[in-house]
Design a protein around this ligand. Structure first.
Ligand code: G
Ligand code: G
Ligand code: MN
Ligand code: NA
Length: 252
């Protein structure tokens, strides 16, 4: 309860920040997008991980406000990079189950796109398998509404939840993100699972992002296996927007 009160205050006092992790095209090595990752700069405790406060935000319903802030901020940051001469990057935002159930959420997505001017196909919403399974019918309705706007959908942490192949067939998604627990086994282990995920995804016309790439051999393996995109500490850690711009966007 104390943390909930502090979180309300954090939203009001702008202690929240988004960090951005770059995503690269595997074949060309080009920077193609970013994932937005929420951070709380607590005045006493320093940087707090979303893994710690997202569950509290979900239980209290604060996630709706918090998630809305993330969405708007992310769209605006990527458009600011556009204006600074950056290539047209995609921006991925993580979603909570609670946000999908919020009736006004899809309108907020529309608003974030309209206010920022971001093209819908450059926004990716990341949903985990557990988010999808919590309320399958509701999730499908949300996904159809999002796709109707032109927004792209990814399944995050793929392979770690209860992935039902029947659902996969019926979900209107664009992309799978292979969980880093598989990627980190490469190249000695993990190949069978990742080959299977790639075959499954490509069979359904989906692209694949490998997360958690930490060494060159993992990257080489993924490129050879036909994985479309990569993300991980080898290529770039999550960083504040000004660091991202300084590192990746050449001055105009
Ligand atoms: O960046 P880090 O490893 O600390 O992220 C921890 C977890 O928090 C990850 O599972 C990530 O998906 C989640 N997360 C990060 N930012 C957000 C956000 O804006 N909304 C939601 N719902 N989850 C987030
Ligand atoms: O659940 P999700 O995939 O959204 O979580 C993203 C989290 O993974 C972020 O907190 C980010 O800091 C972390 N992450 C990103 N790349 C790597 C990596 O190469 N290794 C490890 N261990 N964590 C990573
Ligand atoms: Mn994610
Ligand atoms: Na993940």
């Amino acid at each position: 309860v104390a943390l909930e009160r502090e979180l309300r205050q954090a939203i009001a006092e702008q202690q929240l920040a988004l960090h951005y992790q770059p995503q690269f095209d595997c074949a060309s090595g080009a920077l193609v997008g970013v994932e937005a990752l929420l951070r709380w700069r607590h005045p006493e405790h320093g940087l707090i991980s979303p893994a710690e406060f997202i569950p509290i935000a979900e239980d209290s319903g604060l996630i709706v406000q918090l998630g809305g802030w993330v969405l708007h901020r992310a769209c605006q940051d990527v458009m600011a990079w556009d204006r600074a001469g950056a290539p047209a990057l995609t921006v991925a935002v993580n979603m909570s189950a609670r946000q999908l159930r919020e009736p006004g959420f899809i309108d907020d997505v529309m608003r974030a796109l309209a206010l920022s001017g971001l093209a819908p196909e450059r926004l990716e919403l990341e949903l985990t398998e557990s988010v999808l399974m919590e309320d399958v019918a509701g999730a499908v309705a949300f996904m159809q509404a999002a796709r109707a706007l032109g927004v792209r959908l990814s399944i995050d942490d793929f392979g770690t939840g209860y992935s039902s192949l029947a659902y996969l067939q019926n979900f209107p998604i664009n992309q799978l993100k292979v969980d880093r627990s598989f990627v980190q086994l490469l190249p000695q282990r993990g190949e069978t699972v990742i080959h299977a995920i790639l075959a499954l995804a490509h069979g359904f016309g989906l692209s694949v992002v490998a997360e958690g790439v930490e060494d060159q051999r993992q990257l080489d393996w993924l490129r050879a296996a036909g994985c479309e995109m990569v993300q991980g500490f080898l290529l770039g850690k999550p960083m504040p927007p000004q660091d991202f711009a300084a590192r990746y966007l050449s001055p105009v």
